[in-house]
Design a protein around this ligand. Sequence first.
Ligand code: F6P
Length: 553
Amino acid sequence: MSHPPPTSFRNPRTTTAWNNLSAAALHIKDITLRDVFAREPMRGHTYCAEGAGVALDYSKQRVTLEVLDDLMRLAVECDLDAHRTALFSGLKVNTTEHRAALHTALRAPIGSTIAIDGTDVVGDVQTARARMARIADAIRSDKWRGTTGRPIRNVVNIGIGGSDLGPAMADRALDSYVDQRLTRRFVANVDPGAMTRALRGLDPAETLIIVSSKTFTTHETMMNAAIARAWLVDGLGGTDTLARHMLAVSTNLPATSAFGIPDDNVIGFWDWVGGRYSMDSAIGLITMIAIGPTHFDELLAGFHAMDTHFYTAPFIENLPVLMGMIGIWNRNFLGAPTVCVAPYSDALRRFPAYLQQLTMESNGKHVRQDGTAVDYDTGSIYWGEPGTSAQHSFFQMLHQGTSIIPVDFIGVLTTPHPHQEMQTTLLANLIAQSRALAFGHTATELSHEGAPPDLVAHKQMDGNRPSSTLTIDALTPHALGALIALYEHTVFTQSVIWGINAFDQWGVELGKHLADDIEGAILGSQKPDQSYDTSTAALIARVRDVTVSPPAR
Ligand code: F6P
């Protein structure tokens, strides 16, 4: 049953600000970024904000001071302040599951108190973190031994969605902090090829499997976990094997126990941690093993620094509010359905994929909190790849395609690696791309430069394509935490304006149930449902032909 939200949601279309913004959008078409920079030459210094070590330059967004004013007013009219307080104070903001969404408590400093239904949760968070640290230290110092007495050299995380994407992204991002004696692998998909590759070349005697699943019922994860369990038992025999080689991170202790994982090897967390908000809970165990408890604490401190910034900074200086509201402007008023995220950092290669779940599972909703249909667009499509590689694949369309695609550029100013000259080239490209998108290349400029007349139209770039640039000094654990929390709160800000629940994900359920039915139909354990449409029935028959009675080779 859906419960009333602790704070009421206003339909944004009924606000004065929304009306003003609709009017402004009609005029903004005629104003280019060249114009606004000519009018406000200091934009590059004034349309900027900084928080928790992250700098945001939004001067190349198609916003004027009036538009910004109305975006901030919209946030006020939609009572963002009260909703933010409800989120941070543990009220049940996830109304369809009647739960708090208290990921901020996962990084609250020792000594703070945050209560759900009158009970403090920070103490439990710290206790779980201390257990994680003991396990991580034991593995990193070779005190944790496998059944043959050998130390652990490989850690495999089995999990999907929020139980995979965050740890997998962080593993790459924080590579320079990782204990390189440890091989880390991540397996999410139920595809047999994924599991084969994850275990390939690993010796079970030196391998620890972590089964990460909030529910411990997710089909893909449970199948992969069963295969890994068999791999361990086949390789090492039965006695003590799971106690030494398998851990679980879950909220479902009866299920982990039924699976055969001893209770001492299970680290729990809580239903108020959403899957896509869980990488700083015990789901981050593989991260902590890889980078060590001290660096993991720094990661959490980065999250917390951004939480504090979001909670305390005035809206106009507040990074998540600015990014969230500019996102609303682009989505609802300028008609841009997608956001391209381009980190100019190979270490952030998995960041766009991580953001896809965070943003799209949170804000891809078609009804408001009260169940009524929205009459405006919600969640943007997030996608992207690291630059400069992306420049050589899809950037052509960003520059000259017929759709406007706003970009979030992410730059890391320094590198821990040798060859500083490459880092300079990388960053020069980032800046060049944001400049080219904003200001384009006019026909007049091309002619002056001597472009062949018949090529001018082809080479001409209109510009006026919006982007923001985020920069951090270095990709430290602290900076990564701040960057992730920035997007978490950006998502939340937008969900408040759109009046939707950012913390449930009912849309993924139907596919799961249908897959169970269809699997039964393929395997013949279930009579094929006569009501299947002809396409579904034919596809089932095709798979059934090769799966149930494979052709002779
Ligand atoms: O199917 C979507 C989802 O529920 C995500 O929200 C979640 O991150 C993922 O599946 C994995 O769930 P679990 O951690 O319970 O296995």
